[in-house]
Each structure stands twice: as structure tokens, then as C-alpha cells.
Design a protein around this ligand. Structure first.
Ligand code: FAD
Length: 377
């Protein structure tokens, strides 16, 4: 694992703070970083070797994403290329896998867009209204999606749409498609960018009689929600690792600042008001890290890991946020100055309380599935 960490760090070292700061100011995509990570093979981490990938497990892959964030970067574009292909890998036909996975592993094809959320269906995914209606050898898609990221930087998108009724179960009637974005944009798909608090190109999508070939369906019609759920534990573990990377970055930066910055003739870190929040943040990050590796161990051993994956993400998102706040206090006024990078990482870290899954929903999972408490929705 140490070898893998060093190899990822070697790539990240080529992309210092100034690189990410400049992209953030311009809301630009990290093209050069993604190209370097692709060339090193890291974005094909989870793709089995027979399809041209590295064939790493979740524990190892999580370390790649952690190191990106710990270096001061933002793993989101990398994460998307690493992970979005999971639905295809688990549920796609052999022909689809042979066609797409080697190209995703080599970077020839970017599959970084994942279209689930809708204006009327965010947390409550099974109420989504975008429809895909079968007409001969095609499906016709109508509806709207909200906050769908990286569409402008992807060749293809995984789309969840309604193909049938939500009966007998609420989760029935949804299907997954692999949409060719070049064919779709301007021919039934309109992309309306939404500027958000962080450097993540995200969009509203409007589908108006978009025609996609029937062969774009992944797996069986009507089982799409279960396919998406299947990928959730892996996603939780990977996002937890990104939070841990952020937490480590904040603690390291703030500790350095607390040693160097002198006020009243001594380092500010000598004050318990500065030192203890950093120590507490470090403890939180380390505890979350243990849960991350326990969840990953279970996942990689094929054991049930829903509870651990959810708890790892909650602990990690909270620890990173606590570390972010401690770093803001340590840097004082400088924390607001973009040249110090704290405010950029602070904004990026806040996302994980809300997306891709809100911490409220993690608590609901633990309450209901781990403690046996009544359902709240
Ligand atoms: C920067 C960014 C990028 C994104 N990228 C993507 C993407 O690429 N693809 C995609 O599909 N989506 C994406 N999303 C959407 C994201 O997944 C949703 O915003 C998120 O799932 C929450 O949905 P919502 O915003 O509709 O919140 P809502 O569903 O409106 O919920 C609002 C709040 O109420 C809480 N709440 C709702 N019901 C309950 C309950 N029963 N108990 C307790 N609390 C509850 C929620 O937890 C949340 O905090 C992105 C979002 C952002 C901000």
C-alpha cells in the first residue's frame, strides 16, 4: 500500500496548490491532472486487468482518492472516472463491457457523468419522473435532471430513468442506460450549467424526445434502482477516503501554520484554543480512517458492509468538516484569502455533508437498519 501511496503522491506533486487555485478561480476542469492520472493507470483502478484496468480492490482504490485530496487537490473528476463505470462492470453485458471498459481504462472514453437527481426527486430517488419509453429499437427520453456533474467533460453518461410503474415496490420500474453524450446534446438533450460553490461543473439537463438505441440499456429493464444501490457501499467507502484526505490536509496545513505564526511573541499553536481543536480534529480523522479500512476489508472480502460503509462516510465527512473549521480558526483572516487555499478546501469539504448522500440519510440508515428503529420515510 505504501508503494501505491508514493506513486500517487509522485503524480500529485506535479500539481501544486497554485494549479488547483487557478482552476477554482476559472471554474475550469483539471485536464492536465486527469491526463496524468490516466496515463499512470490510476483512473482504471477498479477495472479488472482483463479489460485493461489495474484490477485493484476498494481499499487500494480508496487510497488513490485520499492521496489526491491530501495533496491539496480535488479528487472529484478522478473519482467519477474511477467509479461511474461500476454499474456497467457489475450489470452490463459482456459485449458492453468489452466495448467500453478498455476505453475507460485507457482514458479514450470518459464516463464521468451520472444522471440520477431530479428537481422533484433528490433524496427520494424512487419518485423520479424522467421517462424512457420503448419505441421499436429505441427508447425515447423525456424529463429533467438536476446537478448532473461533468457532462461537458464526459463522452458518456449513466442515466437512471423510469421505464415502468413503481409497482409492486417503489423501487420497481427504473432502468439504467449508457447515453452517448455527443449524439444526445443538441438532439433532444439540453445542458444548462449551474454555477455552484465549488469548482464542479454541474448542470440541469432537459430531455425532450431524446432517442437512444435500445442497446444502451444496462442489465434488465426495471431493475435500475437496485443496480444503483449495489454500487452504494463502494461509493461510500471511496468518498470517505476523499474526506479523510481533506481532513489530513487541513490538520497538516493548520499545524504548520500554528507552529510558524507568532502572535504576542510566541507561536499561536502554544495556545490551547488553537492546539486542542487541531488535536481533536486529528483524532477524528484517524478514527474515521479505521472505519474506512474496516468497511473496505469487509467489502473486499465479499462480506456485508452496509453499516460500516455508511458509518465510515459519516465519521469521515464530520471529521473533515471539523478539521476544516479548526484550520479556518488557525489561519484567522488568512483563511479567507484564496492564496492560502483554506477557503477553497473548506468549500469543497462542505459538500460531503450533502452530496452524494446527505449525512441525514446515513443517520436514517443506521437508525433503521442497524438499530431497528422505525422508518422515517
Ligand atoms: C456540487 C453537486 C454535484 C452534484 N452532482 C450530482 C451528479 O453528478 N449526479 C446526480 O445525480 N446528482 C448530483 N448532485 C445532487 C445530489 O446528489 C443531491 O443534491 C442530493 O442527493 C440531495 O438531494 P436534494 O438536493 O434534492 O435535497 P432534498 O431531497 O431536497 O433534501 C433536502 C434536505 O432534506 C433532508 N431530508 C430529506 N428527507 C429526509 C428525511 N426523511 N430525513 C432526514 N432528512 C431528510 C436531506 O438529507 C437534505 O439535507 C450533486 C449535488 C451537488 C451540490
Amino acid at each position: 500500500m505504501e508503494e501505491l501511496r508514493s506513486a500517487v503522491r509522485a503524480v500529485c506533486d506535479r500539481f501544486p496548490d497554485a494549479y488547483w487555485r487557478d482552476l477554482d478561480a476559472r471554474r475550469a476542469y483539471p485536464e492536465a491532472f486527469v491526463a496524468a492520472m490516466t496515463e499512470a493507470g490510476f483512473l482504471g483502478a477498479l477495472i479488472p486487468a482483463e479489460y485493461g484496468g489495474m484490477g485493484l480492490d476498494i481499499a487500494q482504490t480508496s487510497v488513490i482518492l485520499e492521496e489526491i485530496n491530501a495533496s491539496g487537490g480535488n479528487a472529484q473528476p478522478a473519482h467519477a472516472q474511477v467509479y461511474t463505470m461500476g454499474t456497467l462492470l457489475r450489470h452490463g453485458s459482456e459485449a458492453q463491457k468489452r466495448e467500453y471498459l478498455p476505453k475507460i481504462a485507457s482514458g479514450e472514453l470518459r464516463l464521468q457523468a451520472f444522471g440520477v437527481t431530479e428537481p422533484e426527486a433528490g433524496t427520494d430517488t424512487t419518485s423520479l419522473r424522467t421517462t424512457a419509453t420503448r419505441r421499436g429499437d429505441r427508447y425515447v427520453v423525456n424529463g429533467r435532471k438536476m446537478y448532473i456533474s461533468r457532462v461537458q467533460h464526459s463522452d458518456a453518461m449513466v442515466l437512471l430513468a423510469r421505464t415502468g410503474e413503481a409497482k409492486p415496490r417503489k423501487s420497481d420500474g427504473l432502468s439504467v442506460f449508457l447515453v452517448d453524450l455527443h449524439a444526445a446534446i443538441g438532439h433532444g438533450l439540453t445542458v444548462n450549467p449551474r454555477r455552484v460553490m465549488i469548482n464542479n461543473v454541474t448542470n440541469e439537463l432537459v430531455f425532450t424526445n431524446l432517442e437512444i438505441p435500445a442497446g444502451a440499456l444496462v442489465g434488465e429493464e426495471g431493475k435500475g434502482f437496485r443496480y444503483i444501490l449495489d454500487g452504494m457501499n463502494a461509493e461510500r467507502i471511496l468518498i470517505a477516503a476523499e474526506c479523510i484526505g481533506n481532513g489530513r490536509w487541513f490538520v497538516a496545513r493548520a499545524s504548520r501554520r500554528a507552529n510558524e505564526r507568532e502572535v504576542f511573541g510566541r507561536p499561536i499553536g502554544a495556545n490551547q484554543g488553537i492546539q486542542f481543536p487541531l488535536a481533536r480534529a486529528h483524532v477524528g480523522v484517524e478514527a474515521a480512517d479505521l472505519m474506512r479500512f474496516e468497511a473496505a476489508r469487509r467489502f473486499d472480502a465479499g462480506e456485508p458492509c452496509g453499516a460500516q460503509a455508511n458509518m465510515a462516510l459519516l465519521l469521515a465527512a464530520d471529521a473533515a468538516w471539523e478539521a476544516a473549521n479548526a484550520a479556518m480558526q488557525t489561519f484567522g483572516g488568512y483563511s479567507f484569502d484564496s492564496e492560502y487555499d483554506i477557503e477553497r478546501k473548506f468549500r469543497e469539504t462542505r459538500l460531503f455533508q450533502v452530496a452524494p448522500i446527505s449525512t441525514n440519510l446515513i443517520l436514517a440508515y443506521v437508525g433503521q437498519h442497524v438499530l431497528g428503529l422505525p422508518r422515517s420515510f
